[in-house]
Design a protein around this ligand. Sequence first.
Ligand code: PLP
Length: 399
Amino acid sequence: MPGFNTTAIHAGQEPDPLTGAVIPPIYQTSTFVQDGINVLRAGHEYSRGSNPTRNGFEAQLTALEHGAAGFAFASGLAAEDALLRALLRPGDHIVLGGDGYGGTNRLVNHLLGPWGVANTAVDITDLDAVAAAVRPGETALLWVETPSNPLLGIADLAGWARVAHDAGALLVVDNTFASPYLQRPLDLGADVVVHSTTKYIGGHSDVLGGAVVVADRAFRGKALAEAVGYQQFAGGAVAGPQDCYLAARGLKTLGLRMERHGSNALALARWLRDQPGIAEVLYPGLPEHPGHELAARQMSGFGGIVSLQFAAGEAAARTFAESTRLFALSVSLGGVESLVCYCSEMTHASVRGTELAVPTDLVRLSVGVEDVADLRADLAAGLEAALAAAPDRPVLSAV
Ligand SMILES: *Cc1c(COP(=O)(O)O)cnc(C)c1O
């Protein structure tokens, strides 16, 4: 079987048979001419049902995730929404990893809640709590992100899969942070992987997209591929050909980029933990991280996201986030350029004031692939500004 990078470059991306173009064309078309009524030339009828550019990207990602079938959507949340509506019925219950993407929480609570789908949020690192949250006969899905966002907790995916399957439920893993280069949840027992392809897969902050990749498994008497494929066609939240082209182009260099994201992130995390004013550096690649050993076992690297907590609290965190230059103040992550985010009021504003609220002294870094010395200098300037801004909020103020 070819290696990861060979698969990333070639799976679903064969040269155009008609012209020999090495890069398959972008099939920017809504419909396909028929040679007779319902006599389709290459199986394509209408681009909501299938489109060669989308199908090529789906095949490429499916191969990398070791799945049976993959489906591309207009955004990560569109993919999650389609998956949930394909599988769930009113009266179902979800066990939801508590430290996750704020938008997933909003979708599950605000859009699915009114349709009769309940959920329980759990600590992703506590398998006993996960098992205790299962409601026999009602829990249809367990849903987890690892590493989590933005606290970088690590969930034991094989353990979560056991709990799910013991309950007759499915395990869905949001693999956006790790990407298939670092972690393949289906190999660890998960049934479904979801992605925001907006992040590392696209990799250049120039496209919005999402994907679902399923294992060869059935649920409620139907193959997962059939259930999700029908939802994609009938619900219609598909990714367009231009977006699929950009995602497929990004995916070809995922391995190269993840190596650099990871080495930059590790170097900066090690440097940051020795800087004054920093209370915590959250990065699974640091040996003192509580999930370090588990991450080393189930991942092949630790990724490009680092979160920091400031000893002087909220004012220092906010000033830092507004002071860096190369690290641009922005939501999102996973692009070649570095970003900084003040999560409690940006990405995770929807869970403020709840038990899932993100600490107000925390900033999240999406470490890009720039030269690490330049990134370090930018962080140093931000730290200096943060320390200067918060002189009268000493560490002991909370005591
Ligand atoms: C961004 C993100 C999503 C949502 O994806 P969109 O493409 O923004 O809709 C879901 N999960 C995680 C982990 C994300 O980072």
